[in-house]
Design a protein around this ligand. Structure first.
Ligand SMILES: Cc1cc2nc3c(=O)[nH]c(=O)nc-3n(C[C@H](O)[C@H](O)[C@H](O)COP(=O)(O)O)c2cc1C
Length: 365
């Protein structure tokens, strides 16, 4: 396998497997002088951790991060930062029947063919949602860097589960209330309805998908390297690396394609001596460059494929149809665990571009 790294100046590598000894992250290019301790990272990891409520998988992992290089006397040194989490609660026997009977909707079949059976399939191996903890380790540092140096803040929240959509919201309200409920939706009334949809899916041995919205404030104008390193290109690439993501849209997105130019264009105005736009259908990006308006994007997650219902599949060896009951502990909806993951990948891409553009210096004082 290659392509386990992302970023040019803030280069992040993810390693480990779901049921291997550990999972971890290496960051090469983090500026020196950032005050950093394990609890800075742990805080964000705890928001993603499995087994926190009845609407997530019951796998019990502490997800306790250890920093093993790149930090000295409480500050980053400029050397690669290596972080690990030791896996604790694996039940690999649940996955034995999947080696030859691929789960519909999961990576089992193409992974088995591509790696000729050598891939570690236990718990989904490299394809597991568990690997998103490595994104969060790198993302927590990126988020702290962005916030401390250029006061850029990202927050992401559940805005849809199944067909239940969050009502209109205002930005500060969202910031305060995302983590006030298990669904991670700032609209607490709708959060209750979303929770009920997830529980109903779980009770019937099924799963349900949803959407996460992410907003980043205070971005400088001009981040992004068109053409192929445009902000939209790099963010999409990173966000599509999250397992179960099937769609990414910016600003008015797909809905914008139903409008007229006169409706979708964002008029430039001056506010407190600053050039801004009256609306933000562009989602804060024009020509692949940040405009200085909030970056607004949405990420669509499919329903998790590992469901308790009996399914049909094909035996890879005999090519005969067989039935399948998926064992193991799975998320009935991956969305409530994913806001910190979306936050992380957005921050990793933004910090990389901010370093490339010189907005963040190589040493922080
Ligand atoms: C936080 C998180 C948790 C996940 N948990 C599960 C799970 O419990 N069961 C499952 O089948 N898929 C889960 N997934 C999704 C699978 O890993 C993913 O669907 C699979 O690797 C196939 O990749 P694809 O859906 O991107 O094509 C999870 C994804 C995320 C982001």
């Amino acid at each position: 396998m290659s392509s386990n790294s992302i970023g040019q100046r803030y280069a992040f590598t993810s390693f480990g497997e779901s049921h291997g000894k550990c999972i971890g992250s290496v960051i090469d290019g983090c500026p020196a002088g950032l005050e950093l301790e394990e609890k800075d990272i742990q805080k964000m990891l705890d928001l993603r951790r499995p087994g926190q409520s009845i609407i997530t998988t019951q796998r019990k992992e502490e997800d306790k991060v250890e920093i093993i290089s790149g930090v000295f006397r409480g500050y980053t040194t400029g050397a690669p930062i290596t972080m690990v989490i030791w896996n604790q609660d694996q039940r690999s026997h649940d996955y034995e029947n999947l080696t030859l009977r691929p789960r519909p909707g999961h990576s089992d079949y193409p992974a088995h063919v591509k790696y000729d059976g050598f891939n570690d399939y236990r718990g989904g191996g490299r394809f597991s949602g568990r690997l998103t903890a490595t994104f969060v380790m790198a993302g927590a540092i990126a988020k702290k860097l962005l916030s401390q140096t250029i006061r850029v803040d990202t927050y992401s929240y559940t805005c849809q589960v199944g067909k239940i959509k969050m009502n209109s919201h205002d930005i500060p309200k969202a910031e305060n209330s995302i983590y006030s409920n298990e669904v991670r939706c700032p609209d607490t009334k709708m959060a209750e309805k979303m929770r009920a949809v997830i529980l109903a899916a779980k009770r019937s041995g099924d799963s349900v998908g949803g959407v996460i919205e992410s907003i980043t404030t205070n971005l400088p104008v001009g981040l992004g390297e068109p053409i192929f390193g445009s902000l939209e290109s790099d963010l999409s690439k990173a966000l599509f690396s999250i397992p179960a993501v099937k769609g990414v849209e910016f600003g008015s997105g797909f809905y914008g394609s139903t409008l007229y130019g006169s409706q979708n264009n964002d008029e430039f105005i001056t506010k407190n001596g600053k050039i801004v736009t009256r609306t933000n259908n562009a989602g804060g990006i024009l020509g692949g460059l940040s405009t200085g308006m909030p970056l607004v994007l949405r990420v669509a997650f499919k329903p998790a494929s590992s469901i308790a219902k009996k399914q049909r599949t094909v035996d890879i060896k005999t090519k005969r149809p067989v039935s399948l009951i998926v064992q193991g502990r799975h998320d009935p909806c991956v969305v409530p665990r994913a806001p910190p993951v979306v936050d992380s990948l957005v921050s990793i891409v933004l910090v990389d571009h901010a370093l490339r553009a010189g907005f963040i210096p190589p040493v922080i004082r």
